[in-house]
Design a protein around this ligand. Structure first.
Ligand code: GAL
Length: 390
């Protein structure tokens, strides 16, 4: 049976979400968090070659099959000046056949194409921003066949909140004639989560991620308290993934991916897929973890405190996460303070209550049934349990 996105949106909101449906963006895309690739963290150039290689890798590595769809190009893709009619110009050395031709090829592979811009007068790397050109730029994106627009916050032409600039571009996109996923990137400024859902499909909640465990801890712990603002069609964006870039251990890659996934962040691969290890690829392709991220309820997991444990400390990553999913519940356990055996009684999980439940751990595939779950974890590793009433 086909259920329209709007019906699903109603169902999800009724089940879950405090942000009123009337206040959420209704552009028909981004109902679940975006999954794809963005070249910025990888250091690869913002070019047709990079975008097409990523698209081909999505198909050949089986990433498309598990849901990675958006092939996004970040800052530095354009020429330094606009055309005489004021329109954005792709750098001809990076896009010899223009952008529309690449979008057509990407669409031909069953994928979508994303591009980057800025709400000020210039991007962070000094390329043209869209301030004062919003309507024209949105029409250009639509004419090229762009499916996702990441919108940055450098070089603002006016002082004060970024909300009006982001709203202007939302309106321009919605009048462009094309459904374009709107990824807002104002680094969590101006309490973006309070107006994010009515403006875009996702909003960055922090400064830029780096390829370090301390950065993962800082973003994940800073997200605590923001879960209530996310829901179907609009999500907190923890920033692009660093998996495969060498700065994290295998355990830390599992925790990085797992937290982003269960907290319903977009999952944008940020590494050179021609060089990715089998171990990193296995993390990115974990279907159970992805199913939680893409769950039809769109409810982010958040911290809970088991009885007898001390509560979260600001700035530190807390080990205990849980949230509702359409099939039951997810429980995430993170060995944030070093190797540990972490256990949780189901009766301590908000919404679950006492009783016997069946569970599956997503990374090991282990399954069981009982009144609690337990995981023996290496430092910074994560276990993710899908739990159903038995
Ligand atoms: C930053 C943004 C990054 C990347 C970069 C490009 O502001 O947070 O994700 O897009 O600009 O210059």
């Amino acid at each position: 049976m086909y259920l329209s996105p709007i019906i699903l949106l109603f169902a999800g909101i009724a089940n879950s979400n405090p942000v009123e449906l009337s206040k959420r963006i209704k552009n028909g895309v981004g109902l679940t968090p975006a999954m794809g690739f963005n070249n910025w963290n990888s250091g690869l150039p913002s070019s047709a070659t990079t975008a097409l290689a990523a698209a081909k890798a999505f198909v050949s590595l089986g990433l498309k099959d598990v849901g990675y769809i958006y092939v996004n190009t970040d800052d530095t893709w354009s020429s330094k000046s606009r055309a005489s009619d004021g329109s954005l110009v792709p750098d001809p050395s990076k896009w010899p056949n223009g952008i529309a031709a690449v979008a057509t090829q990407i669409h031909g592979m069953g994928l979508k194409m994303g591009l980057y811009g800025d709400s000020g007068t210039a991007t962070c790397a000094g390329y043209p921003g869209s301030y004062g050109h919003e309507t024209q730029d949105a029409k250009t994106l639509a004419s090229w066949g762009i499916d996702l627009w990441k919108y940055d916050n450098c070089s603002p032409a006016t002082s004060g909140s970024s909300q009006p600039r982001y709203t202007t571009m939302r309106n321009a996109l919605s009048s462009s004639g094309r459904a374009i996923y709107y990824a807002m990137c104002n680094w969590g400024q101006d309490s973006v989560w309070t107006w994010g859902a009515e403006t875009g499909n996702s909003w960055r909640i922090s400064g830029d991620v780096t390829d370090t465990w301390s950065s993962i801890v800082s973003i994940a712990s800073g997200a605590q308290g923001l879960a209530q603002y996310a829901g179907l069609g609009g999500f907190n964006d923890f920033d692009m993934l660093e998996i495969g870039n060498g700065g994290l251990t295998a355990a830390e890659e599992r925790a990085h991916f797992g937290i982003w996934a269960i907290a319903k962040s977009p999952l944008l691969i940020g590494t050179d897929l021609s060089k990715i290890s089998q171990a990193s690829l296995t993390v990115l392709k974990n279907k159970d973890v992805i199913s939680i991220n893409q769950d039809s309820l769109g409810i982010p997991a958040k911290y809970f405190t088991p009885s007898g444990k001390s509560g979260p400390v600001s700035g530190q990553l807390y080990p205990y996460w849980s949230g509702k999913i359409s099939t039951g519940y997810v429980i995430g356990l993170v060995a944030s303070n070093g190797a540990a055996t972490l256990s949780v009684n189901f009766s301590d999980v908000p919404g679950l209550g006492a009783g016997t439940y069946s569970w599956k751990e997503c990374y090991t595939g282990a399954m069981g049934k009982g009144t609690y779950v337990s995981a023996n974890l290496a430092a910074h590793d994560m276990a993710i349990f899908k739990v159903v009433k038995s």
